[in-house]
Design a protein around this ligand. Sequence first.
Ligand code: ASP
Ligand code: MG
Length: 423
Amino acid sequence: MMQVFKFGGASVKDAEAVKNISEILKQHAAMPTIVVVSAMGKITNKLEELVNAYFYKEGNTNTILNDIKSFHIHIIQQLFINPNDAIYGEVENVFTEIAWGLEDELTQNYNFHYDQIVSQGEVLATKIISAYLNTIHLKNTWVDIRGIIQTDNTYREGKVNYELSETLVNTQLLPLFTNTKLVVTQGFIGGTSENYCTTLGREGSDYTAALLAYFTNATHVTIWKDVAGVLNADPKYFKNTKKIDELTYHDAIELTYYGASVIHPKTIKPLQNKNIPLYVKSFIKPSESGTVINNSENRSSITTYIFKVNQLLLSIQPKDFSFIAEENLSAIFSLFNKYNVHANITQNSAISFSVCVDYDVHKITPLIAELQLQFKVLYNTNVELMTVRNYNPDIIKQLTQDKIVIIEQRSRNTLQMVLSQAE
Ligand code: ASP
Ligand code: MG
């Protein structure tokens, strides 16, 4: 019997938050538990800034590194009263390692450097949390997941070697439970056969938790969040959101695939394969029921909204007189693949291919440059992508008020629209 808990950045954003999750663990950790933790607060974004300062010379690496360091030191000062506690030295060591990394010679590979540096956010968080839990007598073992979740060297989007990782779980991770009930480890990161760090894609800690649950045949996974569960829309953009009590794996896969950010899209499949239920619960109100995702037959009929801002709509046209057909499409998609850009929605006509993508400048700029060698590329930065599940005409009318609908696609349950503001 094993359970897997995942705590994201918001649940460990400061000393108070760390104390709060330790209360949750006290109440639930009668069962053997693997605790998967993300970087604290918004540290991953800060580490991304650090990589950009180093690689693109966008900003001062020292200032950013110092900010990251003071953030962590401030937290440990509140959690560990003894100034000689070993944690101070351990955290110092991680920062020394990051600083050394910043002196490494730059390769051409941004993604490689990104992973070596950004992965340290999870290392810091788990070291601090594991040490704190030990001081309050929640005895636990800290595990470096980079020796267990093995990936190829697709940096920033590591592809997990399932067989090898499963073997390592069985030989390295599970035996620890003869001496401990609690393991604290990192989400989001993995290691290659050459001992480099990889990351599994932003917000990938959920995926780590699902993989560990799959490999250990866990009874369930709980993702602890700052919301009550899976809501029918992102409260950042919508008022009056509703919590969904129960979702099928299938519904959850669809929601996350279309961009509902509550759970990482890769999380559900491994759990579905072994029929492991996933609970999404509030770390603020841990006794409330949250949402359960399982193999129930009841598809949710509640209207759900998934809203993606910061979208770029590309319109790609052959420079010669050819039509948009298989040959051109295959050239276009292979460039998308090369730059690791995901097509959120596509539509083609005879002479133009339209595609909506997340606007990540560092990926999009080289993609457009290379597309332009073969195609005429037009783009529109001011668009949003809206996906509505279980839609009805009233809802569509409401959503498109004051908006221009640039692309619209419907299936029986799902409506997708690319919208821009009416002038
Ligand atoms: N810390 C990583 C991120 O912010 C991974 C995660 O939160 O799941 O993307
Ligand atoms: Mg996060």
